[in-house]
Design a protein around this ligand. Structure first.
Ligand code: NOJ
Length: 576
């Protein structure tokens, strides 16, 4: 195994979040023309398993989230995206759903869900749910029926290959211990397909009955009043079901082969017609295909598919050995310009599939951690596109620093470890790599205060806490005007008060500067300059404007900005 492909997958998976489109009135030829609530939203992603545990079982739950709604409101965010909360045997922390119309026992009941939705709406916060329908759990009733006989009415809900036909052509599985996506099942002497783990069989979207079931599920939640869907791994749903051979080594570039297969857009247009067009919900997809064209085909309003997608080019840049800031600028600028006239993007540097942004993109050493976290939050909250802020990043939470495999819980990581053991792979190298990139880094329990278990749970947390919770937590930061948390609140306020930060034209400033990422945002007579030093060193910067009359709106150093000479990780937003 040359690369840790499981982790690589997670870093490259495109994400589509779907918001209720309703009527898409106009093509967004002038970004000002297409004002929508979901473009102006600031999304806060809550990872329910790690947010707040109300009953002491060590697992976060819905009642826990309810108890923290005032905190969420205080952040100034306007929408919450919840990772899956449906019934699940939890092979992949809820991304293996066994009943799409019920709540996972660990998380609570449907009554709790209704109370959560009500509590969010009372606070004017929208709710976006994760929709996991590239695959289900193997413990879903559909799959149980499907695997029971070749003549089951549910047989074609999944992809089966009868063994008499020989072994099907190789398909790469992202999470399987052997990376083989075909699993033999003796009950009916056939193989089933699973792009993710064996317990996540892929659903057959060619089957209209399956599609109808999914729309029914979506309507069930939309009728409850939710405000949007994030479509998990949706770009992989369409498949060439003749399963032709792919070239050797295709797995190193599997998105090219798995994503955007013909049929996908028909499914999305049908979904839009059946569901999105009938409700005021937004939609966002995980993954944006392989090109700008793919992304446009997903999100351009005139196509009546989705509202937004998220692409992974940006988050993929950070590497253990560091990364090029010029490259970061180039990637974000290219995506921005490709969508300046049409379509809409998501902006993020972290989510539950990534390690912590402060550890990957800036610095988590005590001297720079707070400055870094403020600088990165300034970036996310001042770009064009809908910002997705991952819970804990408003505090500057850091990577966990695990050194032993026993500390990890992430299924693909544990499978990869076993795989390396079996094949004599380089285990120390792997441990080093996952210390930087494993998604468990971003899943450690939320740090509420400095009491036992960080106020997350009275029981033993399902995943170890980050020991730095005594210093980095909500209670400490609430008391400090200059904390990362209070800076985050000022940034959300600034964005909400200034639609120019949402819709304004984006232009790079001092383009070739190797340390500083600076850009203007301009809209309806208002112009802002955002200046970000992405390094731990002082950096010179050419603002290409007279800053003596500029107004400093926010800055992460006391006493305002240093204009042309930036201090380590300095961030400033000026009004020009
Ligand atoms: C993408 C999700 O974000 C990730 O957490 C999950 O493991 C895979 N899809 C499979 O559902």
């Amino acid at each position: 195994m040359k690369k840790n492909r499981s982790l690589l997958l997670l870093l490259t998976l495109p994400v589509l979040i779907s918001c209720n489109t309703g009527e898409q009135k106009k093509t967004n030829t002038d970004t000002a023309a297409g004002r929508e609530w979901w473009k102006e939203a600031i999304v806060y992603q809550v990872y329910p398993r790690s947010f707040k545990d109300s009953d002491g079982d060590g697992i976060g739950d819905l009642k826990g989230i309810i108890s923290k709604l005032d905190y969420i409101k205080s952040l100034g965010v306007t929408a919450v995206w919840l990772n899956p909360i449906y019934s699940s045997p939890n092979d992949d922390n809820g991304y293996d759903v066994s009943d799409y119309r019920d709540i996972m026992k660990d998380f609570g009941t449907m009554q709790d869900f209704d109370a959560l939705l009500k509590g969010l709406h009372e606070r004017n916060i929208k709710l976006v749910m994760d929709l996991v329908v590239n695959h289900s759990s193997d413990e879903h009733e559909w799959f149980k029926q499907s695997r029971s006989s070749r003549t089951s009415p549910y047989r074609n809900y999944y992809h089966w290959w009868d063994a008499e036909r020989g072994k099907p052509n190789y398909r790469y599985s992202l999470f399987d211990i052997n990376h083989d996506a075909w699993k033999y099942d003796s009950t009916t002497n056939a193989y089933y397909l699973h792009y993710f783990s064996r317990k996540q069989p892929d659903l057959n979207w060619e089957n209209p009955a399956l599609r109808k079931e999914v729309y029914g599920i979506m309507k069930f939640w939309a009728d409850k009043g939710i405000d949007g869907f994030r479509l998990d791994a949706f770009q992989f749903t369409a498949k060439d079901t003749s399963f032709p051979a792919f070239p050797k080594g295709f797995e190193n570039d599997f998105v090219k082969y798995y994503a955007m297969v013909p049929g996908l857009h028909n499914y999305l247009q049908e979904m839009n017609k059946e569901v999105f067009s009938k409700y005021n919900v937004m939609s966002v997809a995980e993954g944006a295909g392989n090109s700008f064209r793919d992304a446009h085909e997903l999100v351009d309003a005139s196509r009546k598919e989705l509202n937004m997608a998220y692409a992974f080019d940006g988050v993929d840049i950070a590497k253990p050995e560091g990364y090029s800031i010029r490259r970061l600028k180039e990637v974000f600028s290219r995506w921005d310009s490709a969508f300046a006239q049409n379509g809409w993007l998501s902006i993020f540097l972290a989510n539950h599939d990534q390690a912590r942004m402060v550890s990957r993109f800036a610095s988590d050493v005590p001297q720079f951690r707070e400055l870094s976290a403020k600088m990165l939050n300034t970036f996310i909250l001042s770009m064009r596109g809908t910002p997705y802020c991952y819970n804990g990043d408003e505090l500057g939470m850091t990577n966990a620093g695990f050194t032993r495999i026993e500390q990890y819980r992430d299924m693909p990581t544990l499978n990869e470890y076993k795989h390396l053991q079996q094949t004599g792979g380089d285990i120390p190298k792997f441990l080093k790599q996952i210390q930087f990139s494993c998604r468990d880094n971003g899943r450690t329990p939320f740090q509420w205060d400095s009491s036992k278990n960080a106020g997350f749970s009275t029981g033993l947390p399902w995943l170890q806490l980050n020991p730095n919770y005594r210093d980095i937590n909500v209670a400490v930061q609430e008391k400090d005007e200059k904390s990362v948390l209070n800076y985050f609140r000022r940034m959300t306020k600034l964005r909400k008060e200034n639609p120019a930060l949402v819709y304004g034209a984006y232009q790079l400033v001092d383009k070739n500067n190797p340390s500083v990422y600076a850009y203007t945002r301009e809209w309806q007579g208002k112009k802002f300059l955002v200046v970000l030093n992405f390094t731990s060193k002082a950096a010179a910067f050419d603002p290409a404007a007279d800053l003596s009359k500029a107004k400093t709106l926010i800055s992460n150093y006391p006493g305002g900005s240093a204009a042309k000479q930036l201090r380590p990780y300095e961030a400033v937003v000026y009004q020009l």
